[in-house]
Design a protein around this ligand. Structure first.
Ligand SMILES: [Zn+2]
Length: 325
């Protein structure tokens, strides 16, 4: 996710009611297809759940660091990581390789992840990279399956089985393996929504979360920190007992969450050698990572606000550019 930024782009075009913006014509083919996916995601969401983020535009400036991000309330913006990435997502043999790992950000599931952020976030800071990332990954897999049912493999050209990849994302998350292109803290929330779906059905997942989440333009950075909304959500929707199962998950070592090979997939996309990536991951090995969904607590406002301001500054100065969320 990132703050709303209004930058001018050279070219604009309407693709099935979605406005696409770009500077670099080498992303045009992929961008047109992203717009098609987003258009049908709007429809499938409306038809199945009665709600939709109603995304209106996508801007892919060109090929550069940083990846693409959800932009509240109704857009997606950013770059494609590298020419290698553009080549891969337009390469039939690559996408149809049965060994293609879900740790590669395949175009349909990766775009649906960003799209899913537009269903909104809870007004509680501690849920921002936990619940919101788990939700985005979870929701993307479900939307992906619904799109596949209706439009099949040909929704993306070259056609590939993005529903198979959605299934393997689910499997990975439920066995405690986060996606290298998302966030390690997403495991608990993925489980929470998966469990709730089994209890209440997919339609209630989307409808009920929508009631509690915010989607205003400044939702990400400028908001009150309101644990009572989250408390109400847990008591009314998830149930305290089910919530306890995901709020008490023990932390994990970085090494238990990721395989170095998973990171090499990303390394290839952003021109980091296997050796360099191996060294970088080696340094993280013993780090403890929280994977639970935090219990909502009324906290002293000070520290949270300072943290948010620092995050905002990091975004503004682009320190996060290598992160792919
Ligand atoms: Zn995300």
């Amino acid at each position: 996710m990132r703050e709303n930024r209004k930058e001018k782009s050279k070219y604009q075009e309407d693709v099935s009611g979605i406005l696409i913006n770009y500077n670099d014509t080498s992303v045009h083919k992929a961008l047109t297809q992203f717009a098609e996916i987003l258009n049908v995601a709007n429809q499938v969401s409306r038809d199945n759940f009665g709600i939709s983020p109603d995304l209106k535009w996508i801007t892919i400036y060109g090929i550069d660091k940083g990846g693409f991000n959800a932009v509240y309330p109704q857009g997606i913006g950013g770059n494609l990581w590298s020419q290698q990435y553009v080549n891969d997502i337009l390469d039939s043999a690559f996408l149809n390789n049965p060994r293609l790992s879900c740790q590669f950000p395949d175009p349909v599931n990766a775009m649906l992840h960003e799209y899913s952020h537009l269903y909104g976030i809870f007004p509680y800071h501690k849920w921002m990279s936990t619940e919101s990332e788990g939700w985005a990954t979870y929701s993307a897999t479900r939307l992906s399956k619904l799109l596949f049912q209706k439009y099949g493999a040909k929704l993306w050209q070259p056609a590939y089985d993005y529903a198979r990849i959605a299934d393997s994302i689910s499997e990975a998350l439920l066995s405690g393996r986060p996606l290298v292109w998302s966030h390690p803290e997403e495991i608990g929330a993925f489980k929470m929504w998966n469990n709730y779906e089994q209890k209440a059905g997919l339609q209630n997942v989307f409808k009920n979360r929508w009631q509690y989440a915010s989607r205003d333009e400044y939702a990400v950075f400028v908001r009150e920190n309101n644990p009572s909304v989250v408390n109400d959500f847990i008591n009314t929707i998830i149930g305290q007992e089910s919530f306890n199962q995901v709020s008490t998950l023990p932390s994990k070592k970085y090494d238990d969450l990721y395989k170095t090979d998973d990171w090499k997939i990303i390394g290839k996309l952003i021109n980091i050698s296997d050796d360099e990536m191996g060294r970088h991951i080696g340094q993280m090995k013993m780090r403890e990572i929280d994977i639970n969904v935090p219990e909502p607590k009324q906290n002293a406002a000070g520290i949270e606000s300072i943290l948010m301001i620092s995050l905002l500054l990091l975004y503004v100065f682009g320190t996060f550019k290598v992160r792919t969320r």
